[in-house]
Design a protein around this ligand. Structure first.
Ligand code: EPZ
Length: 470
């Protein structure tokens, strides 16, 4: 079931201070706000935590196991609910999934079988990953069923690029009230695809389909995020032939058979950027074990420009606030190697504490500033320009639907009653509550565990002052 709006919502899905005790109790009675945390802010976060595999790689690597005729092993698997959703879906298709040790998953694909819509549906709605099962299922079963997709409500999030790509391989796409039913009566053939935008998901769709298609596929204007590169590394281990060429061209030469893989997942860059921003906003000092510089270059540049300090260590990166004032910056989100759209929410909380005016141009999603309303109620000065700021000098190409947020600081933040709207917006609320003077209550924390593992243990390890009513 997609995340529900709390009762009596406004514009971006919640009216913070209007959530009276009664409406909170009403929401709790219907189990909407399944879990809640109470935070006493104003205390710098200090200590060491560890991040494991990236949500946006691990979930795709689990799907890739379906393509292997022999067992696969994935290590560095985070304990997050998105992993449980994909595990549930794999089991519906007859894949044996075991976890002999925490953080490790073994996949047995010797008995892949068809599943009914109802079974698939039972596992749907919470994630966008089911769309990526198409290619592997068409190769293994000759058909694929796509239920309603979930994921964060940060824009329309259409799947037209995915369906157009599958049709280009020769698949037949039927839409019915039950969902989307895809077949490949004449098999899947290598083809040429030019993506209208370097979509991560659509690039993964093409790669997961092309690796066993007859002939060669040329994918142009592809996404080249580190998570995509790690997925390509996994598929190469399985026996695939995938070449990355200049100018976002990926060439995939289809093969008849793929074996299982054994792989250590790429670390979660989004989680690292989140904790780094928390260190800055709370005047803290956090060592993030598992973080690596190579995949964080763009983030680290912006972090330094704001005035944050970092130290690259053998097994991680230390992030801290050096004291003194933070500086305002202008950031344009973009596809890799640009500034990730998933990094802007946590960073914006730190920018509310900078001396001056910062601007964030959001170019990847059309509606990803809803979380700023809560920050405004806590005392932040953030103006969202829903049509962007067309006259501002830019390095990233303007997109028709982009928006911009203008953050003026420093503004003291005070506690509030908050409701988690989506994954990254939710983490920004956590940082704001930890930064704010006074007490905050954050509900709907469950959404955060979709992408951040052991969040409560990590807050405790960093000395946060809170009560968790999970
Ligand atoms: C992936 O989403 C990530 N999710 C997102 O992270 C991330 O924000 C995004 O890539 C961009 O980096 C996962 O990997 C599970 P896209 P995805 O296809 O694949 C448009 C997080 O917080 N588009 O690259 O869904 C789309 O609407 C999440 O961890 C179409 O128009 O993103 C968007 O504007 C949030 N038609 C843009 O492309 C399509 O068929 C980029 O989307 C597909 C996409």
């Amino acid at each position: 079931m997609a995340p529900q709006d709390p009762p009596s919502t406004t514009g971006s899905g919640y009216r913070v201070n209007a959530l009276t005790k009664d409406s909170l109790k009403a929401a709790q009675r219907v189990g909407m706000l399944s879990d809640q945390i109470v935070i006493n802010g104003g205390k710098p976060l200090k200590g060491t935590i560890e991040v494991r595999g990236a949500k946006n790689l691990v979930t795709k690597a689990m799907v890739a196991a379906l393509l292997g005729e022999t067992p696969s092993v994935l290590r560095g698997v985070p304990d997050i609910s998105d992993v449980q959703v994909v595990r549930g879906l794999l089991e519906v298709y007859g894949v044996g999934v075991t976890s002999p040790t925490p953080g490790e998953l073994h996949f047995d694909t010797s008995n892949v079988e068809k599943a009914h819509f109802a079974e698939i549906d039972a596992h749907a709605g919470a994630s966008r990953i089911p769309i990526l099962f198409c290619g592997p299922l068409l190769h293994r079963l000759g058909e694929a069923r796509i239920p309603d997709l979930g994921g964060c409500r940060i824009g329309d999030r259409p799947i037209d690029f995915h369906l157009d790509a599958l049709r280009a391989f020769g698949a037949v796409v039927d839409k019915s009230y039950e969902g989307i039913y895809i077949t490949a009566p004449d098999g899947l053939k290598g083809t040429e695809i030019e993506l209208p935008y370097p979509s991560v998901g659509a690039t993964e769709q093409v790669i997961l389909t092309a690796v066993r298609a007859k002939g060669t596929t040329e994918l142009r204007n592809a996404a080249i995020e580190p998570e995509i590169m790690d997925l390509i590394a996994i598929l190469q281990k399985m026996g695939a032939i995938i070449s990355l060429e200049a100018n976002r061209v990926i060439l995939i030469e289809g093969v008849d058979r793929l074996e299982g893989y054994s792989h250590d997942a790429l670390f979660d860059r989004n989680e690292v950027a989140s904790w780094a921003s928390a260190a800055l906003a709370t005047h803290g000092d956090i060592v993030v074990k598992g973080a690596r510089q190579a995949e964080m270059m763009t983030f680290l540049n912006v972090y330094r420009k704001v005035g944050g300090k970092f130290d690259i260590q053998d097994d991680g990166i230390r992030f801290w606030h050096p004291g003194g004032e933070l500086k305002p910056v202008t950031v344009e989100t973009d596809v890799h190697p640009g500034f990730m759209t998933d990094w802007q929410q946590p960073l914006i909380v730190a920018l509310t504490q900078a001396q001056g005016t910062s601007i964030v141009h959001e170019t990847v999603y059309e509606n990803r500033f809803g979380f700023t309303e809560a920050l405004g109620v806590m005392g932040a000065d953030i103006v969202v320009h829903t049509n962007g700021l067309p006259d501002h000098p830019r390095r990233v190409a303007r997109r028709d639907f982009e928006q911009a947020a203008v953050i003026t600081g420093p503004t003291p933040l005070h506690g509030a009653e908050l409701y988690v709207p989506d994954l990254r917006g939710g983490f920004s609320h956590l940082i704001a509550a930890l930064t704010a003077e006074g007490q905050s209550t954050i509900s709907n924390m469950g959404i955060i565990s979709r992408g951040y593992e052991h969040i409560i243990e990590k807050l405790a390890a960093l000395g946060a002052d809170f009560v968790y009513e999970g």
